[in-house]
Design a protein around this ligand. Structure first.
Ligand code: OOB
Length: 568
């Protein structure tokens, strides 16, 4: 086994109780193969940003709000932040929670962290204190960077609570978004760090095999897990994704989905666009008209959407005053896109649809831009790499017959071999020979393309946001009037899937609205609050204890679907 050298190896030794440094390790013979094939080139984020800033300093890199930053400006800001973070006492290898919306600061912060050898931990803007505390604890984060407020939520309040609960998070910086009110909190402003002189810092102190950041998992069982991705493996996906999506210096990528998510980050996302020397335009609002205005103004050529957002675009575009003709490709992923909707993309938006089926753990599949319509409309694409190994297995773990559906397992040059510091999750999620059990049920077409059939696990894919049934059941069970609860997914015309909580009350039935308020007050992302609550007397004639949660959820879901069908 290779050990992934950490940039911090020469730094101070960990003291007792120090959380483990993130590592990601592929067995020697795989690492050697991926290097020999030219996938892993020992490139690092800090170094490639500097290369591009040197090659084309005056080209626009990032546009958002009032800001228009050239590559040179982005590089300068990254260095300034890097030196500010280090001057504050952070050490290379330390983890830093990044909790920012789609604003240019997001990109400067992550590039600054990379340059300093610090490890970003990405949270979504929708996450609240419970999730943030979980990430802080799991990663051992020492710092937190957030926007003052966004979409009506005050992140400085969250920052205060985080510091009270997790004193290890000793550093907090707040980015004051343009429209934010005058600061009333005690935290230093991120903006003050931009004034630092970072010109003496090297472009990178990291090695390709170092962990670059921690991404968060969709959380199929229980709480989200942390995903360590290396410079080598992630930059490989950027390079190939940019090539597959035809990105180059003339490309303009619009970040509409939260760019902390793996899809708009790297498939090819904002990082792929910058890697290719193109331009990134950030849209902080999900409203189609805001996006359309930016598409027209900036000549956007490509963007990534989840299916429900695509639906909104398809509805709005025909009546919008904005000119969308610059759009060449629209990528859709995160959740299953129906063929009927897929068919409407080119006639309505004038761009080529690209389906993207990926996961933060690694494997990403794309339909290719020049594929026949049949594949673009009906499949979720094929893998990035010739070395992505795909297994499709039946319930007993045997390969299915060609064309049959089964459980998707995968390993390859950018699919992780382990979660960060989580032996029990690792035992469940990875086979002994290093395959990741994706939890997805797929079939492969004769052309080698994957069609996603559904999930084997108990999570709800709500418009691309993943919700763990178990996590929400635990929150429900904390309510004094809840005896038992089971959360299931229900097909939904707009969201793809919505969540329904079956609740057995005790000591009087709570009002559904109160129950929802209770869950929200637990400090979790809004998208996790059950869409629907159904009260039941008991779970089944067979005592609930005798059947697994999984079987129970399946049974309740089937009952609900039957009732709904009868009601129609
Ligand atoms: C992306 O990443 P995650 O980690 O939020 O979620 C991964 C899961 C997959 O295992 C699958 O269940 C589902 O999301 N999924 C899709 C899909 N794309 C993702 N299900 C059906 N059709 C699709 N096109 O969601 C993600 C990461 C990188 C690129 C794209 C999506």
């Amino acid at each position: 086994m290779t050990t992934a050298p950490l940039s911090s190896a020469s730094g101070p030794l960990p003291f007792a109780g120090e959380p483990p440094r993130p590592v990601q390790v592929w067995p020697d013979r795989f690492a050697a193969r991926y290097r020999a094939a030219g996938y892993w080139r020992n490139e690092t984020f800090g170094a490639w940003l500097r290369e591009r800033a040197t090659a084309h300093p005056d080209r626009l890199a990032v546009v958002g709000g009032e800001h228009r930053w050239t590559y040179a400006e982005l590089d300068r800001r990254a260095s300034a932040l890097a030196s500010g973070f280090l001057a504050a006492g952070l050490q290379p290898g330390d983890r830093v929670l990044v909790h920012l919306p789609n604003i240019p600061d997001f990109i400067a912060v992550v590039m600054g962290l990379f340059r300093a050898g610090l490890i970003p931990v990405y949270a979504l803007p929708a996450h609240r204190i419970t999730e943030i505390e979980h990430f802080a604890q799991g990663s051992g984060a020492r710092a937190y960077v957030a926007a003052a407020s966004h979409a009506g939520f005050d992140y400085t309040g969250l920052a205060r609570e985080l510091q009270a609960r997790q004193p290890r998070v000793a550093h907090i910086w707040i980015a004051a978004a343009a429209a934010a009110p005058a600061p009333t909190d005690p935290f230093p402003r991120l903006e003050t760090l931009y004034a630092m002189d970072g010109s003496a810092l090297p472009a990178s102190i990291s090695q390709g095999a170092d962990v670059a950041f921690l991404q968060i998992s969709g959380g199929s069982t229980g709480l989200s897990k942390l995903i360590p991705r290396t410079h080598d493996d992630y930059i490989y996906t950027l390079r190939e994704s940019a090539r597959i999506c035809g990105l180059g210096p003339d490309s303009v990528f619009l970040g509409v989905l939260p760019i902390a998510h793996n899809f708009p980050m790297s498939s090819p996302g904002f990082l792929g666009a910058l890697y290719a020397g193109g331009r990134v335009v950030l849209c902080p609002s999900p409203d189609p008209e805001s996006a359309f205005a930016l598409i027209e103004r900036e000549g956007v050529t490509v963007t990534s959407l989840v299916p429900p957002l695509l639906l909104q675009w398809l509805d709005r575009a025909p009546v919008s005053v904005h000119d969308l003709r610059s759009l060449r490709a629209i990528q859709v992923g995160g959740a299953k896109l129906s063929a009927e909707i897929a068919r409407r993309v080119r006639p309505t938006l004038g761009a080529t649809l690209q389906q993207v089926f990926g996961m933060a753990e690694g494997l990403v599949n794309y339909t290719r831009l020049d594929d026949p319509d049949e594949l673009i409309i009906h499949t979720q694409g094929r893998p990035i790499s010739p070395d992505d190994e795909i297994l499709i297995l039946d319930d007993e773990g045997r390969p299915v017959e060609p064309g049959q559906a089964g459980h998707l397992l995968t390993r390859g040059p950018y699919t992780i071999r382990a979660y960060h510091d989580n032996p029990s999750a690792n035992a469940r999620a990875f086979t002994e020979d290093g395959y990741y059990r994706t939890g997805d049920v797929v079939r492969m077409t004769p052309e080698g393309y994957l069609e996603v059939q559904g999930r084997a696990g108990d999570h709800i894919n709500r418009a691309g946001d993943k919700i763990s049934a178990e996590e929400i059941e635990d929150h429900l069970l904390s309510h004094p009037q809840v005896f038992d609860a089971a959360v299931v997914s229900v097909p939904d015309e707009f969201l793809g899937e919505r969540s329904c909580a079956f609740v057995i009350p005790k000591g009087g039935r709570p009002r559904p609205a109160d129950l929802k308020r209770w869950i929200r007050a637990r400090g979790i992302a809004d998208f996790k609050v059950p869409d629907q609550i159904v009260f039941v007397e008991a779970f089944a004639s067979t005592a609930a204890l005798k059947i697994s949660r999984k079987a129970l959820r399946a049974q309740l879901r089937a009952q609900l679907l039957e009732q709904e069908a009868q009601a129609r």
